[in-house]
Design a protein around this ligand. Structure first.
Ligand SMILES: NC(=O)c1ccc[n+]([C@@H]2O[C@H](COP(=O)([O-])OP(=O)(O)OC[C@H]3O[C@@H](n4cnc5c(N)ncnc54)[C@H](OP(=O)(O)O)[C@@H]3O)[C@@H](O)[C@H]2O)c1
Length: 223
């Protein structure tokens, strides 16, 4: 996994130099390179987000942006840990996708997500994992003492103070985390959804498809 802080050399290339301390793990024999490519950032971000949210088994977590790469991993990891997942969607395909991955409840994000969730869980949920949409609007959904974890902010000061603890997360692909993700994939306890693969010369088509919205990952494969 490439962890450079900007998109530049090697962004779409056959070879790239990386530091050895982070971002590298051995791919298990029964996991393909395309699957491995989709796991790194999305899986690490999901694992780090859930670690920050800290929902124990039996608790309830709302994942906003659940149909995306990170959300898809987070649903599976949380469900496998005995956490009840409420997942957002906005198409029938998205709803089917999150339900298949293990979401116990779904909420259409074109509605007022906070109001919909509070109607079912009047005391709020134990944690929210924020991957898309308006963060401040989700504050009322978190029960007193709960956590709102976001991949999209750099500091808790970016949202109004409330009764929930706001925790920014930056994915850190340590060898240990990547190895755990690879083991999950190899054991079949998690899966990735690859919508389409492209050759390097088809990068423009991949970017156009990405901009149009996807369910599942788009992967460039080596020529
Ligand atoms: N801080 C970090 O270290 C870190 C690491 C990884 C990712 N990220 C960020 O985390 C975010 C999620 O990453 P990703 O790879 O999962 O992105 P992604 O695959 O593009 O998924 C985002 C999902 O959010 C959904 N969505 C859009 N607007 C929404 C809304 N208002 N409410 C609920 N869901 C909504 C989209 O669904 P539709 O397409 O159906 O609209 C899409 O499925 C991205 O912004 C990414 O840049 C940060």
């Amino acid at each position: 996994m490439v962890t450079k802080s900007f998109l530049g050399d090697g962004t779409f290339g056959d070879f790239v130099t990386v530091p050895v301390a982070v971002g590298l793990a051995k791919l298990p024999d029964n996991v393909g390179f395309a699957e491995g490519a989709t796991l790194g950032l999305a899986g690490t971000a999901a694992m780090d987000s859930l670690a920050a949210a800290g929902p124990p088994s039996g608790s309830t977590v709302l994942i906003v942006g659940a149909t995306g790469g990170v959300g898809s991993q987070a649903i599976q990891l949380a469900s496998a840990a005995g956490v009840r997942v409420i997942a957002t969607f906005h198409t029938a395909a998205g709803k089917a996708h999150v339900s298949t991955l293990g979401a116990a409840e779904t909420v259409d994000y074109r509605e007022d997500v906070a109001a919909s969730v509070l109607a079912r869980h009047p005391d709020g949920v134990d944690a929210v994992v924020h991957l898309a949409g308006d963060l401040a609007a989700l504050l009322p959904v978190v029960r007193k003492g709960g956590r709102l974890v976001s991949l999209l902010i750099g500091s808790p000061d970016q949202v109004p103070a409330g009764s929930a603890e706001v925790v920014p997360v930056v994915a850190n692909p340590t060898p240990d985390i990547l190895a755990r993700l690879a083991d999950n994939q190899a054991a079949g306890t998690s899966s990735v959804s690859i919508q389409r693969t492209y050759r390097l010369e088809d990068v423009p088509a991949a970017l156009a498809d990405f901009s149009a919205g996807t369910i599942g990952k788009l992967v460039l494969i080596l020529n």
